[in-house]
Design a protein around this ligand. Structure first.
Ligand SMILES: [Zn+2]
Ligand SMILES: [Zn+2]
Length: 360
């Protein structure tokens, strides 16, 4: 099968012919229909984070189940699914407390024995247990969530990361209250979902911040009440919100954007750091601000419980309360994965989605 493989960090993705194994008893083989291109993928290409190599990148996808292992009863061939890197074990203390985002995922990978993916005998790792930039995904059964067939698979692909991360950071991590003032730094795939999640939660002012004018304008369609185009937005934000916001979300994940999020808070406010801050980067906060009972919270994938939250979000979509179709900026075949990655840097597309065989 065709798959986009990363062989060095930093490096570029190249489409290779990769062999996929048959499902182990607790695994599911999924024919990929659509796979979103996320900023987190890009972090590895530029060397901000490391992972086992070679790896098939991609972690946000939709598809149709092709085959299942003998112990799998949750899905069967023909079922439509969303794949997500939050592969919960279902047994650890975090899973049992409903905090799957903190699960160490023990027992959900193949360590030793036959690899899931390979090329001429060389093991190739599926990125975070998913490996979505490939015609097939062989994953642990807890990597998939079954979805209803009336949901378009192209739009559903964005649910696996951008949607759950953005909405979850609002509903699960922050617990945004009606009437609250919100700032969102970064109006890409995740940021737009923070914006529309805040609107669903009943936030009052929702200020979108980005450096690209096109993106910030599209934020208005998702519920932003105000837009700031700036690399240094804090003064303007303080002015238009009369002293700061109750919740500030950093959907970018840089030292400066994380610090801007904290600096945007009014007394008692909460900064939620969603973006992947590069390994080795520290952030610096003024200590005296903690006298004003300000809070900093990390959010991993929106603190999501996939099989609880994803069906709820799809119901919000069905009821017209959130947008999914509009998240897909453009589609590309797997051969154009490199261009899609470059588009992330250019900031020209909300979400590029790789599609396979015109199925979506
Ligand atoms: Zn992602
Ligand atoms: Zn667990």
């Amino acid at each position: 099968m065709k798959a986009a493989v990363l062989r060095s960090i930093p490096g570029r993705l190249a489409v290779e012919d990769v062999a996929v194994d048959t499902p182990a008893p607790d695994e599911v083989l999924v024919r990929t229909v659509a796979a979103g291109v996320c900023r987190s993928d890009h972090h590895y290409l530029v060397g901000h984070h490391t992972t086992r190599l070679p790896t098939v990148m991609g972690h946000e996808a939709s598809g149709i189940v092709e085959a299942v292992g003998e112990q799998v009863s949750y899905v069967g061939p023909g079922d439509h699914v969303v794949a997500c890197l939050m592969v919960f074990c279902g047994r650890c203390e975090w899973c049992l407390a409903g905090r799957m985002a903190l699960c160490p995922q023990e027992g959900t990978t193949r360590d030793g024995g036959r690899p899931r993916l390979s090329r001429s005998g060389e093991e190739i790792h599926p990125y975070w247990g998913v490996g979505a930039f490939a015609e097939m995904m062989l994953v642990h059964e807890h990597a998939v969530t079954r979805i209803d067939r009336d949901i378009p698979l192209l739009s559903a692909s964005t649910v696996g990361c951008a949607v759950i991360t953005g909405l979850g950071s609002v509903f699960n991590t922050a617990g945004v209250r009606p009437g609250a003032a919100v700032a969102v730094i970064g109006a890409g795939g995740v940021g737009l979902n923070v914006i529309q999640g805040s609107a669903v939660a009943g936030a009052g002012r929702i200020v979108a911040i980005d450096v690209f004018p096109d993106k910030a304008e599209s934020a208005r369609q998702f519920g932003a009440t105000d837009v700031i185009i700036s690399r240094d937005p804090v003064d303007e934000l303080m002015e238009i919100t009369h002293g700061g916001v109750d919740y500030a979300f950093d959907a970018i994940g840089q030292k400066t954007t994380a610090e801007h999020a904290f600096a945007s808070l009014r007394p008692g406010g909460t900064a939620v750091l969603i973006g992947m801050i590069p390994e080795g980067v520290d952030i610096s906060l003024p200590g005296v601000d903690f006298l004003y009972e300000k809070t900093v919270k990390g959010s991993n994938m929106g603190s999501t419980r996939t099989r609880t939250d994803i069906p709820r979000y799809l119901e919000l979509y069905r009821q017209g309360m959130i947008k999914l179709d509009e998240l897909v900026g453009r589609t590309r075949p797997i051969e154009e994965i490199g261009i899609a990655m470059d588009d992330l840097e250019r900031g020209t597309v909300a979400r590029s989605v790789i599609t396979f065989d015109g199925e979506a």
